[in-house]
Every structure is written in structure tokens, then in C-alpha cells.
Design a protein around this ligand. Structure first.
Ligand code: ZN
Length: 93
């Protein structure tokens, strides 16, 4: 069983849903074992606009706490962590 929030009745009503790797942006993908449909449970584009992402990256650069950023921007701390990882990977300083 996977978390209930992962189920998306728009795609499939089956409970036989399992992890199916990740997409390019690192979001978990799911696959239904009944109909073999594959989808992404929580597309990031909906919550996180490029503008918001840039603002969060700036806040991270200013060493604002992740908790504070999550609260300020209304995103999950996972999102903040993911962005921080991304900036660290891309930075060569
Ligand atoms: Zn299905």
C-alpha cells in the first residue's frame, strides 16, 4: 500500500498502486497494477512556479531557515530541501 494522498481517482480508482520510479524533476511516479497506468501523484508545477522557486533559492542563499522558508512560501519542507539540494549540486563555489 502507498499513502492515500498518492491515489488519484482521476486516473484510477484501484488501490493496487505501487511506486514506479521518479520523473525528471525527482517526483515519485506511481503505477497501477490493475490497469498499468502510470502517473505522477503530485506534480510540482502546480504548487511551485518558477518565480516562487527563484525566490526560495534566493532565501536559501541568504541562509534563511528551511522551516521559515516553507512557512513563508507555503511549500512543504521537502520542497525546500529538494531546492537546496538542487542549488548545491549546481553551484561550484
Ligand atoms: Zn488502475
Amino acid at each position: 500500500m502507498v499513502p492515500k494522498r498518492w491515489r488519484d481517482l482521476r486516473f484510477c480508482s484501484s488501490v493496487e498502486v505501487g511506486r514506479y520510479g521518479k520523473n525528471l524533476s525527482g517526483t515519485e511516479r506511481l503505477r497501477c497494477r490493475d490497469c498499468r497506468k502510470i502517473w505522477t501523484p503530485q506534480p510540482k508545477s502546480r504548487a511551485l512556479t518558477p518565480e516562487k522557486e527563484a525566490a526560495i533559492v534566493r532565501a536559501l542563499a541568504e541562509r534563511t531557515s528551511q522551516r521559515g522558508i516553507a512557512r513563508t512560501f507555503g511549500v512543504s519542507r521537502d520542497t525546500v530541501r529538494t531546492l537546496r539540494k538542487k542549488t548545491q549540486t549546481e553551484s561550484h563555489e
